[in-house]
Design a protein around this ligand. Structure first.
Ligand code: NAP
Length: 264
């Protein structure tokens, strides 16, 4: 446990954490760190990769937390309801939602080439998905008069991303959605914050980062700290926002990008 002024600040003892998209990348790293920080239960949501989700669950259990693996497509209303329902059924409560699952269509497409199907698909998963899951979790949180939501946006959601306007728009929506919920839900003792990562070394970014050494150098030269983030680099700030250390922070967009917005 981490003590601050005689009070325990980072200790998820007895808490139940639901993480969407926890089979891989940032979500998987956060699942492990919550488990290490004393969480009672971690719900590992995935969409297609059952084996990867089961591997995360075993690691969570090795850290002493309970793990529940739930296949659910967050862009589906019934699936999102089932996901939160199963969490309550299994662990009896929910304390933290990390609304992390998302997609980044890797091909660069100028607006004139960006077809409606891709636009709708990105919005469906990144925007509708966060709406469905947050709505279900908020109902639980309001009922118990406590709760914490951490959403995941992106640098793209703040400064845009050429060739990826669908993704950037969806992540901009995550930011204004986060701020809206923070304003609405504060009175119920519910905080809502957001992390906005730059490049993170996960499967999502792999197509963009599997490039020549010179090209990778060009990418890292745009990041003041000189390197791409690891999934753990983002999991830390997620844990902070979910913990008591950040108890007076809500509606905040926490950049986790090694300073890259300063160079964009
Ligand atoms: P990732 O490695 O591609 O993992 C994505 C996760 O989301 C997987 O667990 C995947 O499940 C899940 N998922 C995808 N669609 C889903 C759906 N419809 N329903 C439920 N789960 C779904 O991605 P990541 O890099 O960790 O990204 C996590 C979040 O960070 C995303 O919101 C992303 O936009 C954001 N982000 C990432 C970067 C980056 O550079 N990587 C930068 C900024 C922001 P399966 O394994 O079952 O497919």
């Amino acid at each position: 446990s981490f003590f601050f002024g005689g009070e325990v600040m980072i200790d998820f003892d007895g808490r139940v954490i639901l993480i969407t998209g926890a089979s891989r990348g940032i979500g998987a790293a956060a699942a492990l760190r919550f488990a290490e920080s004393g969480a009672r239960g971690v719900v590992i949501n995935y969409h297609r990769n059952q084996e990867a989700a089961e591997t995360v669950a075993r690691a969570v259990e090795r850290s002493g937390a309970g793990a529940l693996v739930v296949k659910a497509d967050i862009s589906d209303r019934a699936d999102s309801k089932m996901l939160v329902g199963k969490t309550i059924e299994h662990f009896g409560r929910l304390d933290v939602l990390v609304a992390n699952a998302g997609v980044w269509p890797p091909d660069e497409r100028m607006i004139t080439e960006l077809d409606e199907d891709q636009w709708n698909e990105t919005m469906r998963i990144n925007v509708n998905g966060i709406y469905y899951v947050c709505r279900e979790a908020a109902a639980v949180f309001i009922g118990q008069r406590s709760g914490n939501i951490v959403t995941v946006s992106s640098t793209a959601g703040q400064r845009g991303e050429a060739g990826h306007s669908d993704y950037a728009a969806s992540k901009g929506a995550v930011i204004s959605f986060t701020k809206s919920l923070a304003s609405e839900l504060g009175k119920f003792n519910i905080r809502v914050n957001c992390v906005a990562p730059g490049w993170v070394d996960t499967d999502m970014a792999a197509p963009a980062l599997k490039v020549t050494e010179a090209e990778l150098k060009r990418i890292t030269s745009m990041i003041p700290v000189g390197r791409v983030a690891s999934a753990d680099d983002v999991a830390g700030p997620i844990i902070f926002l979910a913990s008591e250390l950040s108890r007076h922070i809500t509606g905040e967009i926490l950049n986790v990008n090694g300073g890259s917005v300063l160079c964009g």
